[in-house]
Ligand binder design. Structure first.
Ligand code: PLP
Length: 357
């Protein structure tokens, strides 16, 4: 059966060659005579997988010296709490930009550990834009933002000049565009939106920011323990890291993040142009904040939505149903989604318009 056009928001589509290689490694991995699913994480073979994955992230994202790259579990959701637990003392205050469900969850978790100052929020407008007019207090311990709002389809096109340590949830647009890592002291991302399968979380952080809180931290939630353990303090998600490595190799071979950004711009332009042209559809977000990863749109007449979804499904487009808090449609177009898939969706929108005229 041909592979569907997977517009799902996550877990993400991965390149076909990554699926093929991963499938092969499940049966028999390299010269080990074992499946990747049964190999010990303490073998030199797997240690080299972790080392290569870290190296590829550093290379592809141009991570400067002084940063560590670690793999942890618990998803981006665990980072909402782990981050303030490691960085924020109870009497201190952290600044948060509230741009969607995920950033909202992030600051609510941070409140368990210290004071939170929400510097701006677009919640009253159902998060259809990114607030830009705000001040980051100079006495904040750090400033937290969400680079791409997966549910609402908005994306920070630029980052503020923060007077304090900037930390960012990049779960849904990491490796999709060039980013200046030096602007951030910590970046985290659940792997399943652009890096690999679920079960792995990437954290890129400056180790000098650690060790400054006075609370006790349980080992599994202490960044320093994972840095010291080389992401192998305990058993890591072996298969998830292996497949991430395959995907990172693919990404490098394609021309790296710069090339991904070029493709992502091309794909997003194609779909937004059709949303804006087609008389039956409209976008849901402020144009200047539109995401290139998750594109949200609705129909002018919502009663056609079910029929359009069926028509799209009939040509192999899946995962298009919008999140319940926005409705309509969401086309997630992560790195591995080909331009041809976007063209199929655009053609279906055109056909649907013609059908109803
Ligand atoms: C999906 C997502 C999360 C939650 O990720 P989990 O790995 O499921 O915990 C957090 N933040 C953003 C921006 C996301 O897209």
């Amino acid at each position: 059966m041909p592979h569907k056009h997977n517009f799902g928001a996550g877990p993400c589509i991965l390149p076909q060659e990554v699926f093929d290689q991963a499938a092969q490694a499940v049966l028999s991995w390299g010269d080990t005579g074992l499946s990747i699913l049964e190999i010990s994480h303490r073998t030199p073979e797997f240690e080299s997988v972790v080392a290569e994955s870290v190296q590829l992230i550093k290379e592809l994202m141009q991570v400067p010296d002084g940063y560590d790259v670690i793999f942890v579990q618990g998803g981006a959701s665990l980072q909402f709490g782990m981050l303030p637990m490691n960085l924020l003392n109870e009497e201190e205050s952290a600044a948060y930009l509230d741009t969607g469900v995920w950033s909202n969850k992030a600051w609510k978790e941070a409140k368990l550990f210290g004071n939170v100052n929400v510097v701006a929020s677009s919640k009253d407008a159902n998060y259809t834009f990114i607030p830009k007019d705000y001040q980051i207090p100079t006495d904040a311990k750090y400033f937290h933002c969400t680079s791409n709002n997966t549910i609402y389809g908005t994306q920070m096109q630029s980052f503020p000049k923060s007077p304090v340590s900037m930390v960012c949830d990049m779960s849904s647009d990491i490796l999709s565009r060039e980013i200046n890592i030096a602007d951030f002291d910590l970046i985290y991302a659940g792997a399943q939106k652009n890096i690999g399968p679920a079960g792995n979380t990437v954290v890129i952080l400056k180790s000098e920011i650690l060790g400054k809180v006075n609370r006790k931290i349980t080992s599994m939630l202490d960044y320093r323990i994972h840095i010291e353990g080389g992401s192998m303090y305990n058993t890591p998600p072996v298969f998830a890291i292996y497949v991430a490595m395959l995907n990172l190799r693919w990404l490098k071979k394609q021309g790296g993040v710069k090339e991904m950004e070029r493709r992502n711009v091309e794909k997003a332009n194609l779909l937004y142009a059709e949303i804006d042209r087609n008389t039956m559809f409209k976008g849901t977000c402020a144009i200047e904040d539109r995401s290139k990863m998750n594109i949200c749109f609705v129909m002018n007449d919502a009663s056609f939505e079910k029929e359009f979804l069926q028509m799209a499904e009939a040509v192999g487009c899946v995962g298009l149903k919008g999140h319940r808090s926005v409705g309509g449609f969401r086309a997630s177009m992560y790195n591995a989604l080909p331009l041809a898939s976007v063209q199929v969706l655009v053609d279906t929108m055109k056909n649907f318009e013609a059908l109803k005229k």
